[in-house]
Design a protein around this ligand. Structure first.
Ligand code: PHE
Length: 352
């Protein structure tokens, strides 16, 4: 037995595996369940009790030695594998990085904000779930006004715990139908003068089609100070249109009605596509409507605690989708919310 072990030891001493397969063969031969060590231990069972004392030690040492050698090579191989560099073919073309782009509505919103910032307008925001007071009542909507109907408004079920207010207008909630609600919040929270722009998403209960959607985006404008007149409103919006659509774009104001402005108007611009000669976009009229506006009704100022004898103001509200449609000649509103990469990719280069 001693001579056998010496022989194996000599063999192991010069063992230098060049691959992990060779090392595995070594493991099976020496340490495997039917390997040399197993055989030696089997032989050991039949030696005399005296010899057991000597060989037991020798055998255990040999076992440890063999296991040590195996472990050492195993570690070396594992280390080698993890630090080995993968083969790289430097002649292959690189993998291009996909870049994202801004959504067209965001591009246009940024542009609108930049123009009004030059006139000193600050930015303000309000919540999308709004109470009746901010969305309707404070804005001078009569109780029975059709815009409060289920037809147009998504009302929100109000939990009992919220219905702790005496005032009914503060107990009814809806998804805001316009950003004019932010005007109210802004004026309630501060003191005039106000000069603010309020972009945001609004919701209306409409059947989805190419021309209408159940949500869209608006930018609201508000200017309140002493002696603000309709001339200020006209000049501000005229400047805005020249900046956005280019000099020479004509504007016209048509009388209109909003509960919260008096007088109220809708503003048209000369069609950006046919320049006024008549086309499909402007339905041959040469004009397209882009926003609603007017002088803030004194009732609204009083509702938010502003002295309507001292202060006056104007407000306007425009749909970003509409402005974008005109700028890029997009004919279907649904494209804005479908996340079709083929559509969105066309705006990738338009970083402003
Ligand atoms: N809130 C109106 C709408 O959604 C737009 C508007 C805003 C009109 C401000 C006048 C003044 O149609």
């Amino acid at each position: 037995m001693q001579s056998k072990i010496n022989q194996y030891k000599a063999e192991i001493a010069v063992f230098k595996p060049t691959s992990s397969i060779e090392l595995e063969t070594f493991r099976i031969r020496f340490l495997g369940t039917k390997g040399i060590l197993k055989d030696l231990f089997d032989d050991f069972k039949s030696v005399s009790a005296d010899d057991k004392k000597i060989f037991g030690k020798v055998l255990n040492e040999f076992k440890q030695y063999t296991e040590g050698i195996y472990q050492q090579f195993k570690d070396n191989f594992e280390l080698g594998e993890s630090t080995q560099k993968p083969h790289i073919d430097y002649t292959l073309p690189g993998i291009g990085l996909e870049t994202g782009g801004r959504h067209p509505l965001n591009l246009v919103r940024k542009e609108i904000i930049a123009i009004f910032k030059r006139l000193g307008f600050i930015l303000a925001e309000g919540p999308e779930i709004e109470d009746d007071w901010h969305n309707f009542s404070a804005l001078n909507f009569p109780e029975e006004h059709p815009a409060r109907d289920m037809q147009d408004t998504f009302f929100v079920a109000t939990p009992q715990s919220y219905q702790n207010n005496e005032d009914k207008t503060k107990n009814t909630y809806a998804l805001r139908t316009h950003t004019s609600s932010v005007q109210v919040r802004l004026m309630e929270a501060g003191k005039p003068p106000f000069r603010a722009l309020m972009p945001g998403r609004v919701y209306r209960n409409e059947a989805i089609s190419a021309r209408a959607h159940c949500f869209f985006h608006q930018v609201e404008g508000l200017y309140v100070d002493e002696k603000v007149s309709f001339a200020d409103l006209k000049q501000t919006l005229y400047y805005f249109v020249q900046e956005l659509y280019g000099e020479g774009t004509k504007v016209r104001f048509r009388p209109s009605y909003f509960p919260f402005t008096e007088p109220s108007a809708e503003m048209d611009i000369s069609c950006t596509i046919c320049k006024g000669s008549g086309c499909q976009m402007c339905k041959q009229s040469g004009w397209v409507e882009i926003l609603g506006c007017g002088m803030i009704d004194p009732n609204v100022l009083e509702n938010v605690g502003i002295d309507s004898k001292k202060y006056s103001g104007f407000a306007f509200g425009m749909g970003i989708e509409r402005i974008t449609n005109l700028k890029y000649q997009i004919r279907d509103l649904r494209l804005f919310s479908e996340n079709d990469a083929r559509f969105l990719k066309q705006f990738q280069s338009e970083i402003i």
